[in-house]
Design a protein around this ligand. Structure first.
Ligand SMILES: [Zn+2]
Length: 276
């Protein structure tokens, strides 16, 4: 599932194509994308809009229009965007929507599992919606103290608390496992039990792993690809995620796989020990 670095990579790739462009024609092929709304009505609403800015919040892409309205795109499991010159998009049975722009480009939204969503928001409706669902941006002004405040009093396992988008926005299974490995913290630590040093380590690790992943254009697993069909390379730099049974790069102990809150979790039982 795309996490913050993958969504940010998509944003950076599609922003130059979309920004300043008007939507000449919109085809929504899969009603599930915009349900409960009628796809033809949503498409009709979008035609004539001009893109002011392509932003991101957590794992959401935000296409902001000159009118003040916004299209909120959540890629979920397998959503992706492809861009091409007009008429040059490859035929693809997984294409769920196509935008024809007035600058000579077409943009296709592709989604194999069909969990992705498009939601159109009126001006002033988007921010309250996001605020209710998302904590602070980890690559924004988030401080270790603010991270501590988000975790304070929480009895959930640290792994689960970090996957909760209301704690901080944008982390998923991959980057939580990587951040916990880097910060030497056990995934089953009680989220509210971290001391100041541990919070500092965790804060630093989250930002470091996300920055590195953005620089590597995200991780390529299964269906994720960039809008030009290229792939990210962060998967070559994983320390923990998906490496159960392999030796820890720090201490050589085999990494262990457990399930936390229904999610497979990989960590080093020696470096990331629970406090005695
Ligand atoms: Zn280790």
């Amino acid at each position: 599932m795309p996490e913050l670095p993958e969504v940010e990579t998509v944003r950076r790739a599609i922003a130059p194509v979309l920004e300043g462009a008007g939507l000449e024609h919109v085809e929504i092929r899969d009603p599930r994308l915009v349900r409960p709304f009628d796809p033809e009505i949503v498409a009709g609403e979008l035609v004539g809009e001009r893109v002011a800015e392509v932003g991101r919040r957590g794992k959401y892409l935000i296409v902001g229009f000159d009118s003040g309205r916004s299209l909120l795109i959540h890629l979920r499991m397998t959503g992706s965007l492809r861009t091409a010159e007009r008429g040059a998009l490859a035929d693809d049975p997984h294409t769920r929507a196509v935008l024809r722009l007035d600058n000579g480009s077409d943009v296709a939204y592709r989604d194999v599992r069909r969990f992705g969503t498009w939601e159109l928001f009126a001006q002033n409706e988007l921010q309250p919606y996001l605020k209710a669902r998302l904590g602070p941006e980890p690559l924004g002004s988030l401080s270790a103290a603010r991270l501590g405040a988000r975790l304070e009093g929480r009895r959930a396992p640290l792994k689960s608390a970090l996957l909760d988008q209301r704690t901080i926005a944008g982390l998923g299974n991959i980057y939580v496992d990587e951040a916990l490995w880097l910060s030497l913290l056990h995934p089953l630590r009680i989220a509210g039990s971290l001391d100041g040093d541990e919070l500092t380590r965790l804060h630093r690790a989250i930002r470091a792993v996300l920055r590195k992943a953005v620089a590597r254009q995200g991780s390529t697993l299964r269906d994720y690809a960039l809008p030009d069909g290229a792939y990210g390379t962060m998967q070559d730099a994983f320390h923990a995620y998906g490496r159960g049974g392999e030796p820890c790069e720090r201490c050589g102990t085999p990494l262990v796989r457990i399930v936390v809150g229904g999610r497979t979790t990989t960590f080093c039982p020696a470096c990331q020990a629970l406090p005695g």
